[in-house]
Design a protein around this ligand. Structure first.
Ligand code: HEC
Ligand code: HEC
Length: 248
C-alpha cells in the first residue's frame, strides 16, 4: 500500500490534498496558558523507549520519500525540510506532535497518520537518523551573504549555541534539533513561525529568545544556520537521490 502511494505521489507530484481525510483535532499548544513543552505522554514515550529497527524503518520511509526525497534531503525551496541525520528523539517528538494535532502540518498529516504504531515510529526515525546529512542543501544566496552570515553568527553565538551547539548538532537527549544541513528557506519559515507563535509545539525558552528579532535578524540568523557544517556527519547526496533530470 505504501509502495502504491509513493508511486502515485511521485508521478503526479503530490496531489496530497486529494488524499486528505479530516484534519486532526487541534491540541492546545504554545498559545495556551497550560502548555507544557514536551509533556511526556502518549505514543511518544512509548516510541522513545523502543529500539528502532532501521531496516524495517526503510520500508516505512518509502511513503515519506515522495516529499522528503529518498535521501531525506528535502527540497532547497524550503517546502519540504531536510531530515537526514536528525536525532531520533527529535523525529519521534515532531511526528507524534503532528499526529496529535500539536504541530499543524496539513500537507503531511494524512501520511503521518498512516504509520501504524509506536514501533513503526521508532523504526522510521532510526532509519532517518542513519542517513548522512547532505552538504548540498539550500543556502542563503544573496550578494551580501558574507555580511548576513557574519551578523547571524554573532546572534547565534550569543543566544542559540547553548542549546543547538557550535556546529548546529543539537542535543539528542534534550530534543534539541540538528540544524546543520537544513535549507535556508525552511529555516527562515520556521524561525518566523516560532517567533510569531504559529509553531504551536515550540520550546518556550527559545521563543523568549527569538520574540524580539526583526525580520532582518531572522534572515541573518537563518543564513548563518544554513552555513553550519558537522564534520564527519555530512556527505554528497547519492546520484539516485540527486535532482531528477526531467523535473526541472
Ligand atoms: C505530502 C508531503 C509529505 C509527506 C508524504 C511526508 N512529509 Fe514530512 N513534512 C512535510 C512538510 C511540508 C513538512 C514541513 C511543515 C512545516 O513547514 O512546518 C514536513 C515536516 C516533517 C518533519 C519535521 C521536520 C523538522 O525539521 O521539524 C518530520 C520529522 C517529517 N516531516 C517526517 C516525515 C516522515 C517520517 C514521513 C513519512 C511517514 C513524512 N514526513 C511524510 C511534508 C511531507
Ligand atoms: C533553550 C534551548 C533553545 C534555545 C536557546 C534555542 N533553541 Fe531552537 N529549538 C529548541 C528546541 C527544543 C526546538 C524544538 C522545538 C520542538 O519541540 O518542536 C528548537 C527548534 C528550532 C528550530 C526548528 C528546527 C526544525 O528542524 O524544525 C530552529 C530553526 C531553531 N530552533 C533555531 C534556533 C535559533 C537560531 C536560536 C537562537 C536565536 C535558538 N533556536 C535558540 C531549543 C532551543
Amino acid at each position: 500500500m505504501y509502495k502504491a502511494l509513493t508511486l502515485a505521489l511521485s508521478m503526479a507530484l503530490i496531489p496530497a490534498f486529494a488524499l486528505a481525510g479530516p484534519p486532526p483535532e487541534k491540541k492546545a499548544g504554545i498559545e495556551s496558558k497550560d502548555y507544557k513543552w514536551n509533556a511526556q505522554e502518549g505514543e511518544k514515550i512509548e516510541a522513545l523507549k523502543l529500539k528502532g529497527d532501521p531496516k524495517a524503518g526503510k520500508e516505512g520511509y518509502e511513503v515519506c520519500g515522495a516529499c522528503h526525497l529518498p535521501s531525506g534531503a528535502g527540497r532547497s525551496d524550503g517546502t519540504f525540510p531536510q531530515l537526514a541525520g536528525q536525532h531520533t528523539t527529535v523525529l519521534i517528538k515532531q511526528m507524534a506532535d503532528i499526529r496529535a494535532g500539536l504541530r499543524d502540518n496539513p500537507t503531511m498529516y494524512p501520511f503521518a497518520k498512516e504509520l501504524t504504531d509506536a514501533q513503526e515510529l521508532a523504526n522510521v526515525s532510526a532509519y532517518i537518523e542513519s542517513l548522512c546529512i547532505p552538504v548540498d542543501h539550500g543556502k542563503y544566496e544573496g550578494p551580501d551573504a558574507d555580511k548576513q552570515i557574519a551578523a547571524g553568527k554573532a546572534l547565534y553565538e550569543k543566544q542559540c549555541i547553548e542549546c543547538h551547539k557550535a556546529n548546529g548538532e543539537g542535543v539528542k537527549e534534550k530534543f534539541y534539533p540538528v540544524l546543520a544541513g537544513q535549507h535556508y528557506k525552511y529555516l527562515l519559515r520556521q524561525m518566523t513561525e516560532i517567533r510569531d507563535g504559529h509553531r504551536r509545539n515550540a520550546n518556550p525558552d527559545m521563543v523568549k529568545v527569538i520574540k524580539p528579532y526583526t525580520n532582518d535578524q531572522l534572515v541573518a540568523i537563518s543564513a548563518y544556520q544554513a552555513s553550519l557544517t558537522m564534520p564527519g556527519s555530512m556527505c554528497k547526496a547519492k546520484p539516485a537521490a540527486a535532482k531528477g533530470g526531467k523535473k526541472k
